[in-house]
Design a protein around this ligand. Structure first.
Ligand SMILES: Nc1ncnc2c1ncn2[C@@H]1O[C@H](COP(=O)(O)OP(=O)(O)OP(=O)(O)O)[C@@H](O)[C@H]1O
Ligand SMILES: [Mg+2]
Length: 402
C-alpha cells in the first residue's frame, strides 16, 4: 500500500521555467588534492556527478575540504590526481581565462570593489569581455532586478549597502556573463537568519529562472536540505560520506557520522521537505445544505468517520457536522467552524502542527481554489515518512521527475 505520492515532488532546480545561458554537468573523477607539506590529503579520491542545472550542496565539518573541492573546479587551487570534467572537458585542458568565464564565483563577504559603483562592480566581467557600455548598463539593470534590488542602487557604492544587499550584488556580479556554472562558498554565512532565509528563497526563485549548475558550500545542514537537489557530505580528510537527495539523506543516513551530522530531528526535517499536496489525501465525505441527511450519514459512516463536511455549491467547506445529528435534510445550522484548513503547498511539518493545535487527528485540506481536497491525517503523515525504501529512493530522483 502506498499512501504517499512522491511523484509530484521535484528538487528545487526541477521547478525550472526556462533555462538561461544553459547549464553544464560537472564530474569529479577520483580527485585527490594534497597540499604541499601535508601528510593527509584535503580531498581524498572524490568521485561524484552533478547533473546540469542541479544544485549540489557541499557540507561537512570545518576542515573537511569543502572550500578546497570548490576551488578545484575553477582551478583557484591546482590538483594532480584524478580529473574534473565540465560537460566532458577536463578543467586542466582548458585555457584558464576561458574556464573561469564559464564559472560564476560567490563567496562570503563578497569582495566588491569599494571605489566602484554597484553597476561597475556588476559589469566587471562583461567589461573584460569587451561588451559595449550600453549592453553592460542594460545587463546591470537586468541583474539588479533579478536579485531583487532597486535599479536605483546602480549608482551607489558598496559601503552604502547593507550586508544582505552587498551579497545580492555579489550574486549579480557572478551571474553577469551568464555562466553555466556557479560556485558559492558560504554566500549567506554572515547574514542574520531572517535576511539569510529571504536570500535563500530568492536564490531558489532565481535558480528556477536561470537554471545554473550550482555547487554551494555551507555549514548549515538546514540550508543544505532546503536548497539542494543533492547533498554531498564530506567527512574529515575530504572523504565522501554520502551523496544523495535531501530526503534520502534524512531517511537513510549511511552511517552514524551522517546521522549525527543531519541531526537527531531528521524525522521532523523530512516533514518540512514534503508538502500536503505530495500525499494522496483521504477522501472527505461532504454534502450541501438541503441534501438528504440519511444518505450523507451513511457515506460518513461507511468511510469510517463521525463527521460530515458541509460545502457550498462551489465545494468550498463551510463547516463540520456531527453525523449523528443528521436528520431529514442537511441543515447548515448544525455546522461548527472548520478552524484552520490545510493547504496543498503546506509543508507536512506545518500541517502536523495545525493538527496538534486543533482537536482531532484529521485536517481538512483545501486546494488553490479553496475547494475541498480531502483530509490529511496523522497516520497518513507517518505512513508517508515510513515509506523510506521505495519512495524515498525515488524521491527527487531522475526517474521520478516529471
Ligand atoms: N593552502 C593550504 N595549505 C595547506 N593546507 C591547507 C591549505 N588550505 C587548506 N588547507 C587544509 O586543508 C583542509 C581542508 O580545508 P578547507 O578550507 O577545504 O576546509 P573547509 O571544509 O572549507 O573548512 P571550513 O568549513 O572551515 O571552511 C584543512 O585541513 C586545511 O587546514
Ligand atoms: Mg571553507
Amino acid at each position: 500500500m502506498t499512501t504517499s505520492d512522491t511523484a509530484h515532488h521535484e528538487g528545487p532546480s526541477a521547478r525550472q521555467e526556462a533555462s538561461g545561458g544553459g547549464a553544464a554537468e560537472i564530474v569529479f573523477d577520483s580527485v585527490t588534492k594534497r597540499y604541499p607539506g601535508q601528510a593527509e590529503p584535503a580531498v581524498d579520491n572524490l568521485s561524484l556527478t552533478i547533473g546540469a542545472g542541479e544544485i549540489c550542496m557541499l557540507v561537512g565539518p570545518s576542515g573537511a575540504g569543502k572550500t578546497t573541492a570548490l576551488k578545484l573546479i575553477n582551478r583557484l587551487i591546482d590538483f594532480e590526481e584524478g580529473d574534473i570534467l565540465i560537460d566532458g572537458r577536463g578543467v586542466r585542458e582548458q585555457n584558464l581565462t576561458e574556464l573561469r568565464r564559464g564559472i560564476g564565483y560567490v563567496i562570503q563577504q563578497i569582495g566588491l570593489f569599494p571605489h566602484m559603483t554597484i553597476a561597475a562592480n556588476i559589469g566587471t566581467v562583461p567589461r573584460l569581455l569587451g561588451w559595449d557600455k550600453a549592453r553592460i548598463r542594460d545587463r546591470a539593470a537586468e541583474l539588479l532586478e533579478l536579485v531583487g534590488l532597486d535599479p536605483e542602487y546602480a549608482k551607489r557604492y558598496p559601503t552604502q549597502l547593507s550586508g544582505g544587499q552587498r551579497q545580492r550584488v555579489g550574486l549579480a556580479r557572478a551571474l553577469a556573463a551568464d555562466p553555466p556554472v556557479m560556485l558559492m562558498d558560504e554566500p549567506f554565512g554572515a547574514l542574520d537568519p531572517i535576511t539569510r532565509a529571504r536570500l535563500q528563497d530568492e536564490f531558489l526563485r532565481l535558480q528556477s529562472r536561470v537554471g545554473k549548475t550550482v555547487v554551494f558550500v555551507t555549514h548549515d545542514i538546514d540550508e543544505a536540505i532546503k536548497m539542494g537537489d543533492r547533498v554531498c557530505v564530506l567527512r574529515q580528510g575530504g572523504v565522501l560520506a554520502q551523496y544523495d537527495p535531501p530526503d534520502v539523506l534524512l531517511a537513510k543516513p549511511v552511517d552514524e557520522f551522517v546521522a549525527d551530522f543531519v541531526g537527531a530531528d531528521r524525522g521532523l526535517k523530512r516533514l518540512s521537505l514534503r508538502r500536503v499536496g505530495d500525499l494522496r489525501l483521504l477522501p472527505a465525505p461532504s454534502a450541501k445544505a438541503g441534501d438528504d441527511a440519511g444518505e450523507a450519514r451513511a457515506r460518513v459512516k461507511q468511510a469510517g468517520y463521525e463527521t460530515l463536511i458541509l460545502v457550498d455549491d462551489q465545494d468550498h467547506p463551510q463547516g463540520i457536522i456531527e453525523a449523528d445529528k443528521l436528520n431529514g435534510r442537511v441543515d447548515a445550522a448544525l455546522a461548527r467552524p472548520i478552524g484552520v484548513a490545510g493547504r496543498l503547498e503546506m509543508p507536512l511539518r506545518d500541517a502536523l502542527s495545525v493538527m496538534l493545535s486543533q482537536t482531532g487527528s484529521h485536517l481538512v485540506v483545501v486546494d488553490d481554489d479553496e475547494r475541498l481536497a480531502g483530509y490529511v491525517s496523522a497516520d497518513l503523515i507517518s505512513a508517508a515518512l515510513a515509506g523510506t525504501d521505495a519512495s524515498a529512493r525515488a524521491f527527487g530522483s531522475e526517474e521520478d521527475a516529471e
